[in-house]
Design a protein around this ligand. Sequence first.
Ligand SMILES: *Cc1c(COP(=O)(O)O)cnc(C)c1O
Length: 411
Amino acid sequence: MTKIKPIGPIPAGYKVVGGELVIGDEKASDLVTKNGSPLFVYSAELLSRKINRLRSAMPDQLNIHYAMKANPFGPLLEHMIGEADGIDIASGGELIMALAAGAKAENISFAGPGKRDEELLHAIEAGITINLESPGECDRAILIAAGAGKKPRLAIRVNPDFDLKGSGMKMGGGAKPFGMDIELVAPTAQRILDAGAHWRGFHIFAGSQALKADAIVETQAQTIALAARLAEEIGESPEHVNLGGGFGIPYFPGDEPVDIEVIGNALTSQFSNLPNILSKTQFAIELGRYLVGEAGVYLTRIIDRKVSQGHVFLVTDGGLHHQLAASGNFGTVVRRNYPAAVATKFDQKPSEVVSIVGCLCTPLDRLSDNAEMPKADVGDVIAVFCAGAYGATASPANFLGQGPAREIIVG
Ligand SMILES: *Cc1c(COP(=O)(O)O)cnc(C)c1O
């Protein structure tokens, strides 16, 4: 017998009608019949529910930004612009998309190493905030702004001297391509002020995909303390401090959702005891996967059912070219199963152990290994959950000439 590998937890909020997974008001099989397979489906209702619940757990004065690199699909981005207080971008391409989707310049901030001169120019002309990653980038931004006759909005991204414990991806602590080392921050702020630019404040991002509320609380407290220390050194109050994000979602068996009440309560007490220099500061957090990940499902039809040496393979028309992360090839050390299901038999009990694979000619193309599923056949539809973040645009769509999957947003 093959050893069963459990699948990750299926996110809450999905419905079953007539035995099938329903997203919005439509059955999975109708969605792919109408829109083609494979297909990314995003639920506007689940998107709104998630951010509303977060907002009610957080102190009122905290702004919530959407980090659009998690999912830049136009209609989803428009929805999130309507829901979030700001949009955080990480490239000039994202700037074009954010403006086209209706984001207001004063609510956009731009982080990311390696900003080209033309990206800085566009950012300055549009009037968005640039989170400077190095003193060299600061000099370039000031020069480019002078050439364009503009007063740039400049914040400093700090490479913190701590990291977010338990985070899947560390973005602070130690030598990093992101942000400036602490001792460079005050001199760079001085340079911004001397140049007559608009100093916006700090951006301090310490890590991603953390599920432990205590670790996030500790990091936020350290971040506020660091912002206060740096502001004292500069001798100016920052208008804005972006506390980073790092809220994860459960992808794998045993993962538990982040306890946002614990974080909200801790922030409320932090905000009621702020150091003087931060008493007028606007705080924000920036989240990608937490806001959108669980609201997306990747649907893919079974093309073939085959048995090799007693093991059942469900071969789909999708794969790692759209779902690199679910295949285990996007920053994971040990491959584990994402939440997945037979969407067309969503209410049936598992009855066999199968591997769900994609259509690419490589052994890396697996969507689920040795998973227990109801018996599925050619024509059934597989759902891979947690597909709302780092799916379509974080996967090599052109690999093997496959091309992108269609994306839709439903009510
Ligand atoms: C990628 C990124 C995010 C979003 O990360 P998630 O894990 O999707 O929340 C937020 N801020 C910065 C600076 C990033 O680079």
